[in-house]
Design a protein around this ligand. Sequence first.
Ligand code: MG
Ligand code: ZN
Length: 221
Amino acid sequence: MNGSERRQKTVEIDIRKDLFGANENAAALNTEIFKKHGIIAIDIMGSVGTGKTQLIEALCDRLREKYRILMLAGDLATTIDADRVASHGVDTVQINTGTACHLDARMVKVALQKVDLADYQVVFIENVGNLICPAGYSLGVDKKIVVVSVTEGPYMVRKHPLTIKHADIIIINKIDLVNALEFDIDALEADIREVDAKMPVLRVSSKTGEGIDKLIEVLHL
Ligand code: MG
Ligand code: ZN
């Protein structure tokens, strides 16, 4: 090869490595921030309409006398969820993502900068309603809860095995509707066990409060 010839180069990158790597670094910083302030942080994921907000409301009702709680709400737009939770006597920050269908660690960090973290002991983060990509973005929390509900049909778990795998606890919500919907909740739980035999699975009705005390126990709150 003489000097005038230039071999063509192809650069191959795995974009997930760079993007997720940057997020992992930001998540590690969030973890440090939570640790420094002695805060227990919990990320709550699930599709639109599974009852994530109602679950947080039920938790806040039982825990707000014991802990100073902050709730971060992730949505594309509106402050509907943050306002709902605030009406239960806890402070909230609404993160409007605009177009992003998940929260990432940097969004959470920005939200945490808006408050004085010395004021809080527990942070609940309601992720954007979506069962797919939130699981790919660590936020730096202590525990990840995935909420599925009996109103979403029988295949939610089988169709989203990775999201289930990344969770620390799975909530099957809206169990007050099981009979009305003739929903086979045992089959749904079996699907979860198929993905992870040791996964803690809790049957909850955020509406009636059934299972909420058990969840608090499992969260060591
Ligand atoms: Mg919500
Ligand atoms: Zn997304």
